[in-house]
Design a protein around this ligand. Structure first.
Ligand code: ADP
Length: 352
């Protein structure tokens, strides 16, 4: 696989020194740019599990582009972290038989960063820009003519002697990834021929992902054990893979037998305080706090953050989405409220 990584900078998602959560859907420090995570990535549509509607749409687009001998149209992939956007960009480059250059928008700070990438593209290459909603204004403006007319408009020289020069670019494909499609400027959004959303994965797909990763890691694991990982990984392949690695550590130390079973998975993940629905300490503290409030809320975000000693932006963007998705929490105009389902989950944990 031809991957050229350029200035990958995903470190901004978390302040340095902050403790990571086992169930964080973003890559943790040891996974950023990691060969270990890359080694687990599917390389073709055939081993990219789930996301069938996405694969169907992109599969047709790839076949059509190959048939016409053209570059694939620009693709925007959006959805929560860890669902396979980067992986899909690499799958597309493999299926198309072209190189994939990977970068992240915050790394394209100076105009020359994006210019350097664009002028080095070979015909039909794929350029992957992660977190594309964070693209600096100058980079975005350089991209517009590049995407539309395969042209790079550069200002050469300074002051009164400066003039505009246009460079012709080879046909290429931009694959943009974002967790926030709404934050993209509309001129940028409009330049993507294909805009596709990635969905959280269902249990059967997650089980298959755990089985595939276990195979790659050389683990002997029962089907039930993979299902247990599927139940606890918050619909997210990256978390499934990480949980599996924690289970592998536990199994290595325990050295109980050849096969990893669901009991061992349960013990290993309890040790990391990841419960049977994939909730961790901070999720449970949040729900527990709301449960202690009359009627289970509403409590304003700032009050909740102060009570838990967490930052409100982290609560809103990292902690709450999964609690909302599983129906344990509700956002109302007056604040956050725990649902009946959330209450019964917390009550069942308190009984234990
Ligand atoms: P994103 O770019 O959306 O944050 P990634 O593409 O980096 O997510 O995926 C994170 C990890 O999850 C990858 O290392 C890959 O091993 C795994 N993964 C993602 N999607 C799939 C899938 N459909 N099938 C199997 N593994 C997947």
């Amino acid at each position: 696989m031809a991957i050229v990584s350029s200035n990958i900078d995903r470190s901004d998602s978390r302040s340095s020194g902050e403790k990571h959560r086992t169930v964080d859907p973003s890559p943790i420090q040891e996974e950023i740019g990691s060969v270990r995570e890359d080694g687990l990535r599917p390389k073709h549509f055939s081993d990219y599990i789930g996301q069938t509607p996405l694969k169907d749409v992109l599969g047709i687009a790839v076949k059509a582009a190959l048939g016409r001998g053209e570059a694939l149209d620009h693709v925007l992939l959006y959805g929560p972290p860890g669902l396979g956007k980067t992986t899909m960009a690499l799958v597309l480059s493999n299926e198309l038989g072209v190189k994939c250059r990977i970068t992240s928008a915050p790394a394209l700070e100076r105009p020359r960063d994006i210019v350097g990438l664009l002028v080095n593209l070979q015909p039909k290459d794929l350029l992957f820009i992660d977190e594309i909603h964070r693209l600096p204004r100058v980079a975005e403006e350089l991209l517009y003519p590049a995407l539309e007319d395969k042209r790079l408009d550069l200002t050469v020289g300074k002051g009164s002697t400066s003039r505009m020069r246009s460079l012709e670019l080879p046909p290429f494909t931009l694959v943009g990834a974002t967790t926030r499609a709404g934050s993209l400027s509309s001129p940028l959004r409009d330049r993507f021929g294909l805009t596709e959303r990635l969905e959280f994965y269902g249990l059967q797909d997650l089980k298959a992902i755990a089985q595939r990763t276990a195979g790659l890691l050389g683990l002997v694991i029962s089907e039930d054990a993979c299902f247990e990982i599927a139940r606890r990984c918050r619909g997210t392949p990256r978390i499934a893979n990480r949980l599996l690695k924690r289970v592998r550590d536990f199994a290595t130390v325990r050295d109980e037998g050849a096969v990893i079973d669901s009991r061992l998975v349960d013990e290993a993940l309890n040790l990391h305080r990841v419960d049977d629905r994939g909730l961790d300490e901070i999720d449970r503290r949040l729900l527990g706090f709301l449960m202690g409030v009359d009627g289970g809320g509403p409590v304003g975000l700032e009050t909740l953050a102060a009570a838990l000693g967490e930052d409100s932006a982290t609560l809103e963007s990292v902690v709450e989405p999964y609690l909302l998705q599983v129906g344990f929490l509700q956002r109302t105009p007056r604040g956050r409220v725990i649902t009946a389902r959330g209450k019964s989950h917390i009550a069942s944990k308190e009984k234990k």
